[in-house]
Design a binder for this molecule. Structure first.
Ligand code: ADP
Ligand code: MG
Length: 241
């Protein structure tokens, strides 16, 4: 897997939200996007998942151009999983049914055929006992782990996470970050928008500081957090650290 973004531009009406974003992501890399509210982190992830069309620029996934609006986005979206702050589990379905839904429909597989993989995901995420619970019987941290399992059940090549711990009670954040660490150990390629600076510092391979729709600076976490080059990065870090 190799992902390449080149000079992505995106506006909403007169508001320029992404202003020339270029980024290369290698197989197995964890890239954290940090930056002030409104800097374009969510929009960038939504463009990558083809939920929002880009106005200009290119996105390549393994050398294949994916941002071309004339392409069918569905097969590409299957290769790029996304998890949001709000878990959006279907309330009338059990955890297992939520996780099974997309692969059953899209791969046309039976529940029995999918069960070994789905059970393994629940086991791995410490949710084996919760498979047959409904979302309102689960904590926020458990629901978010189910939402991650649901995205992984499609066997994506890359995972995008948008502030997935921001809606959680503080004591539940750790169990979700733990899942991300374990995915990284498995070699999953990931891009995260996050406010969890300690996590970004400890686990990310690379940190990108977004400001006004641009990557103002990027580098290894130690460099960005300890020796930021840009005044705006320093100001931001002084406010959040
Ligand atoms: P971040 O995730 O870094 O907080 P966003 O990507 O959510 O930033 O937002 C960047 C800017 O784009 C904000 O000014 C926001 O108001 C605007 N924006 C985002 N989505 C839309 C939309 N669907 N319509 C209009 N403006 C939007
Ligand atoms: Mg956001």
């Amino acid at each position: 897997m190799k992902l390449k973004l080149e000079n992505i531009h995106k506006s909403f009406g007169a508001t320029k939200v992404l202003n020339g974003i270029s980024l290369d992501v290698a197989q197995g890399e964890m890239v954290c996007l940090i930056g002030p509210s409104g800097s374009g982190k969510s929009t960038l992830l939504r463009c990558l998942n083809l939920l929002d069309p880009v106005d200009d620029g290119n996105i390549w996934l393994d050398g294949e151009e994916i941002a071309d609006p004339s392409l069918d986005p569905q097969p590409i979206r299957q290769r790029i999983g996304i998890v949001f702050q709000s878990f959006n589990l279907f309330p009338h379905m059990t955890a297992e049914e939520n996780v099974m839904l997309a692969p059953r429909r899209i791969f046309n597989k039976s529940r029995d055929a999918l069960m070994p993989q789905v059970e393994a995901l629940f086991e791995k995420f410490g949710l084996k006992e919760r498979m047959h619970h409904y979302p309102d019987q689960l904590s926020g941290g458990q629901q978010q782990r189910v939402a991650i399992a649901r995205a992984l059940a499609m066997n994506p090549e890359i995972m995008l996470f948008d502030e997935i711990t921001s809606a959680l009670d503080p004591e539940l954040v750790g169990e979700v970050l733990q899942v991300l660490s374990s995915l990284k150990q498995d070699g999953m390629t990931m891009i995260l928008a996050t406010h969890e600076m300690a996590f970004a510092r400890d686990v990310a391979d690379r940190v990108c500081f977004l400001d006004k729709g641009q990557i103002l600076e990027q580098g290894a976490p130690a460099q960005i957090f300890s020796h930021p080059k840009e005044a705006r990065t320093r100001d931001f870090l002084a406010r959040v650290l």
